[in-house]
Write a protein that binds this ligand. Structure first.
Ligand SMILES: [Zn+2]
Length: 402
């Protein structure tokens, strides 16, 4: 009885955590979504491979059909040759029969002419014999005439059959042409699908790597929020949103060949024209281009704690329409599009975020002051954009939300 009560109390206690609602913001990325993403990519790859197999099967079928049509055409051609031979033979036979009939008629005429009489008079044993011979001639003539008629019928029949075969052959040739066209179309689609395969394969590969990465970073439950429950990123307490939805870091902030790379470089699988969002609620303070022609935009932000920041976005392909100095922006505002204007080795966003009001505060009132300020902050351990935005801690690790 006592034992049952304890068990009951334990069940109750264990049930409590289940009742606490787990809060997941719509913008948060969960480990489950990453798993689903991988599953989706794997499915796409499988479907693509299946399509290739199916299409190749269709091509094989069409080739088999062509082969069988070609065989039939060959058979028809053999038949046509045979028919033509029969026609030729029948014509010869007709000639022979006609010749024979002609000879017989000559003989008959001779017999019916004066010769009858002569034969009767001189040699004819009997009139019966003569009549008999005449009758034989008549029979043979009639037989030959029937023969010729039959042969002519055969020729007629063969000619008709030849026409029929020619028509059928034309029909088959047309079918072969159509099948060849279909094969061409199918081959095109196989090569298109084939071209897709490496992309899908590399997508699956990178997504598998991502899953493995997050698994190694302690993500295990589908509901784990990336950067909060596991895989805590460069800044666990982000002040700002990421500027693009799907992307990866190509280069972090740090010294490069003696000078400080003040910004974080961000790439996107969507490449040029990837929309660049404002990382927070702010005001556009400067639209400019650098000495190399890079299109840049400065946005001033103020946090809830009253801290000011300036974000500098560079290498834009273009600005978003309507965005101008003084524009109020928020995290849903597209300020421009990714590009490679200026001195850039590829399409990417260079984003600097440092805690001062560029062109306003005395410590970064101009470019030289700003550069010194940033160097100072960096040496103090502040990491600019990396300190105020959640980024994966390794390059080329994708994120899928802002
Ligand atoms: Zn850069």
């Amino acid at each position: 009885m006592m034992k049952r009560v304890i068990v009951g109390a334990l069940s109750f206690l264990l049930a409590i955590p289940m009742m606490i609602p787990i809060t997941v913001n719509a913008a948060d990325l969960t480990y489950g979504q990453i798993l689903d993403d991988l599953a989706k990519a794997e499915k796409e790859l499988e479907e693509n491979n299946q399509s290739i197999t199916n299409t190749e099967g269709e091509i094989k079928n069409d080739n088999a059909k062509i082969k069988s049509l070609q065989n039939e055409i060959e058979e028809m051609s053999k038949e046509a040759t045979k028919l033509q031979q029969e026609i030729a033979e029948a014509n010869i036979e007709i000639e022979e029969k006609k010749e024979q009939t002609k000879d017989l008629i000559v003989y008959l005429q001779m017999s019916q002419g004066e010769n009858i009489y002569l034969e009767y008079v001189f040699g004819g044993d009997s009139i019966t014999d003569l009549v008999y011979r005449l009758s034989i001639v008549e029979q043979i003539t009639e037989y030959n005439e029937n023969m010729v008629k039959e042969l002519e019928d055969l020729i007629d029949k063969n000619e008709k059959r030849k026409v029929e075969l020619a028509k059928k052959e034309e029909d088959y040739e047309n079918k072969i042409v159509a099948l060849n066209q279909e094969i061409e179309r199918l081959n095109n689609s196989v090569s298109k699908l084939g071209e897709l395969s490496p992309n899908l394969e590399s997508e699956v590969k990178s997504k598998k790597e991502l899953v493995a990465y997050y698994k190694a970073q302690g993500c295990s439950n589908r509901g784990d929020v990336i950067g909060r429950d596991c895989a805590v990123t460069t800044s666990s307490n982000a002040t700002f949103s990421r500027p693009i939805t799907t992307g990866y870091v190509t280069s972090f902030i740090g010294y490069r060949w003696g000078s400080l790379h003040r910004g974080i470089d961000i790439g996107s699988p969507n490449g040029r024209n990837t929309p660049l969002y404002s990382i927070g609620n702010g005001t556009v303070t400067k639209i400019w281009s650098d000495n190399y022609g890079a299109l840049c935009i400065n946005i001033r932000y103020k946090t809830t704690t009253g801290q000011y920041y300036t974000a500098i976005y560079c290498h834009l392909s273009r600005y978003a329409s309507g965005v101008k100095v003084g524009s109020e922006v928020n995290t849903n505002t597209i300020v421009g599009y990714m590009g490679d204007t200026g001195h850039a080795y590829g399409v990417h966003l260079h984003l600097e975020v440092w805690p001062c009001r560029y062109g306003e505060d005395s410590n970064c009132s101009g470019w030289n002051q700003y550069v010194s300020f940033v160097n100072r902050k960096f040496n103090e351990g502040f990491r600019g954009a990396e300190s105020v935005i959640n980024f994966p801690s390794k390059t080329y690790q994708y994120w899928y939300s802002r």
